[in-house]
Design a protein. Structure first.
Length: 130
């Protein structure tokens, strides 16, 4: 229990966990610049409202924040995270699966493999070439 503000609600726990997982993936791929971290914060604010409307969706927040950040990066910087599995062909981004569900993970649809859980890209191998 936090003596100043009381216990942290399950909603806040889910949002903090989602933020931490996505920031870990961004750091693992060395793209956690200030403007990119701002994308995470913007998504967390939007998803707070979403999960307040649908509390049963709290377990889906990490995957949704990851998708929000991925979409924001595509618009501003390009595809992220690049697939570390496929060594030939055009570089392509991993995708979050399930799109709306618990236990989100990054998958390569071209190779048909689960690469890492959201938050665990650092354990999925080295940074792919840019």
């Amino acid at each position: 229990m936090n003596p100043i503000s009381g216990p942290v609600s399950p909603l806040e726990q889910a949002l903090h966990a989602a933020r931490a997982l996505v920031l870990a993936d961004l750091a693992a791929r060395e793209v956690a610049d200030a403007d990119v971290v701002s994308l995470v914060e913007e998504s967390v604010v939007q998803r707070r409202w979403w999960v307040e409307q649908w509390p049963e969706g709290a377990e889906y927040v990490a995957g949704l924040v990851a998708q929000d950040v991925q979409d924001g990066l595509l618009e501003r910087h390009g595809r992220w995270p690049l697939c570390p599995v496929c060594e030939s062909g055009d570089p392509h981004a991993l995708e979050v699966e399930p799109e709306l569900g618990p236990d989100p993970h990054w998958v390569c649809h071209q190779a048909g493999v689960k690469v890492a859980s959201v938050g665990a890209l650092g354990a999925a191998g080295g940074t792919p070439p840019s």
